[in-house]
Design a protein around this ligand. Structure first.
Ligand SMILES: NC(=O)C1=CN([C@@H]2O[C@H](COP(=O)(O)OP(=O)(O)OC[C@H]3O[C@@H](n4cnc5c(N)ncnc54)[C@H](O)[C@@H]3O)[C@@H](O)[C@H]2O)[C@H](O)CC1
Ligand code: K
Length: 452
């Protein structure tokens, strides 16, 4: 899967340790991090007066390194510290910075650019009241706010906030993104997230979902080899119609709907039939649940098929037991309410919950929300890149389910198909614009595909 790596704190520490064991000392990693931070500040803010706030740990150490680089390049720099450095690497970085270091307090004047190097992945509790007040005051007075690795006040692994955090314009992350960069409520506070390579091997189990690689068209192919999506209608045909439209616009070769009554307004290319042969081996993916309503027999019928499935909305509610999904090669697309209905209240943060749900059910889980996650039973996780808030409207979930079904029918494995659908859905939302309705979103999918 393409995409920027994401590491939780423990995995980040292990990756850092592996680099150290491999002969790269922590001071070198910090030097790379601080130099990258300085570079990002200059590129983003230009040579404006810059105030760096430094904490006691290695996040503060990165700040001292950045201050030295900025000063060396002629940027007017001031540094304020909340405490003396406590780690050897941060002490060395502090010693190598030749400028003055002021104590952080009420008398400190703001600067055009404020850089928060107070705490990163090591933050475990709320900031002291005074420190928080200064961060907010100096942040509000600055024209640009830049965070070193993470905004201080954010829990790196869960995205929870220990207290109110100023909104940053940019966050410069080191080695890998952290879950908080892509989880609510922290995500919007991070602003644009830039990733600096500091020479750490991160692996790719958890990634920010990037543009998908879709299989090319087979010149000898026909509509079935391009992928048949078989949709099962229920009580509210509008929802399955949207999903079917989205599947067709996502490049499925053939989309058909089993429905007991004709659905108005569908493109003629989408076939409507009043039978449902679930043993048809040409089916690339079954799509069930969107608008199904309280007809659980529709779900039961889908589960008799050997074909891969996307199970959405009412279909998730009708499952009852996650174990029913075992061996189904299914993608499920719950929002928070549907997730809880199926799995109960799982412990841990959103990533841990999504992964546990995926392990229990054996299904790929698209856990929807402003911070959509894709989880695979084998432990892989895809974090959605930021998507527009206007996607939160009726029918957009049906469109997502339709895209996912098309990706499966086109031959992608379940996890890759789910990630591809999340990426395309977000980009189609951007292209459709703030006044879109779900129909416009489905119509924008070809433009999103054109971005690839
Ligand atoms: N991971 C890497 O490869 C590299 C990371 N770098 C940077 O290091 C920080 C993480 O540094 P660390 O020293 O572990 O933690 P922090 O600086 O975030 O915190 C320091 C320390 O402070 C204590 N503490 C926690 N919460 C509070 C609080 N609310 N008030 C006061 N003190 C608190 C706690 O003991 C922490 O350990 C990472 O984000 C990167 O910026 C390296 O520089 C390069 C390699
Ligand atoms: K920080």
């Amino acid at each position: 899967m393409s995409g920027r790596p994401i590491l939780a704190t423990q995995a980040m520490r292990a990756a850092e340790q592996a680099a150290i064991d491999g002969g790269t000392p922590i001071e070198t990693l910090m030097e790379r991090a601080g130099a990258a931070l300085a570079e990002a500040i200059i590129r983003y803010a230009g040579p404006q007066p810059t105030l760096l706030l430094c904490g006691p740990g290695n996040n503060g150490g990165d700040g001292y390194v950045a201050a030295r680089h900025l000063a060396g390049r002629g940027v007017p720099v001031r540094v304020a510290a909340i405490a003396e450095p406590t780690t050897d690497a941060a002490k060395a970085a502090r010693a190598a910075y030749e400028g003055a270091v002021e104590p952080l307090g009420d008398s400190m004047a703001p600067a055009k650019v404020m850089v928060d190097c107070l705490f990163g992945t090591g933050l475990k509790r709320p900031l002291d009241g005074d420190v928080h007040a200064q961060l907010v005051r100096l942040g509000e007075a600055a024209g640009l706010r830049i965070a070193c690795d993470l905004p201080s006040g954010v829990d790196s692994d869960s995205g929870a906030l220990f207290g109110p955090v100023p909104n940053f314009d940019m966050t410069v992350a080191f080695g890998a993104l952290k879950p908080a960069h892509r989880l609510m409520p922290a995500m919007p506070a991070c602003g644009r997230v830039v990733l600096a390579d500091i020479g750490i091997d991160t692996g790719t189990d958890w990634v920010e979902i990037g543009p998908p690689q879709l299989p090319g068209l087979d010149p000898a192919g026909h509509k079935y080899t391009r992928g048949l999506v078989h949709c099962l209608a229920g009580k509210m045909p509008g929802a399955i119609a949207l999903a079917a439209m989205a599947a067709a616009r996502s490049g499925a070769g053939y989309v058909r709907i089993s429905t007991s009554r004709p659905i108005d307004g569908l493109p003629a290319a989408i076939a409507q039939i009043d039978t449902a042969d679930m043993s048809d081996e040409r089916i690339g993916c079954i799509l069930v649940g969107s608008g199904m309503g309280d007809i659980p027999q529709v779900l039961t019928l889908a589960l008799t098929s050997k074909a891969p499935k996307v199970i959405d909305a009412d279909g998730i509610g009708a499952l009852g037991e996650p174990e029913r999904l075992k061996g189904q090669n299914a993608i499920i697309t719950p929002h928070a309410g549907e997730f809880e209905t199926l799995f109960g209240t799982l412990p841990g943060n959103k990533v841990e919950q999504a992964l546990e749900a995926s392990r229990r059910s054996g299904a790929v889980v698209i856990y929807k929300g402003p911070d959509t996650l894709v989880a695979s039973p084998d432990g892989r996780a895809g974090f959605a890149p930021p998507a527009p808030a206007w996607l939160a409207s009726a029918g957009t979930g049906d469109v997502l389910a339709g895209i996912a079904a098309a990706m499966v029918a086109r031959g992608l494995p379940a996890f890759e198909a789910a990630c591809a659908s999340v990426w395309l859905h977000g980009r189609a939302g951007e292209l459709a614009g703030p006044h879109m309705v779900a129909d416009d979103l489905a119509a924008a999918i070809p433009s999103a595909l054109d971005l690839l």
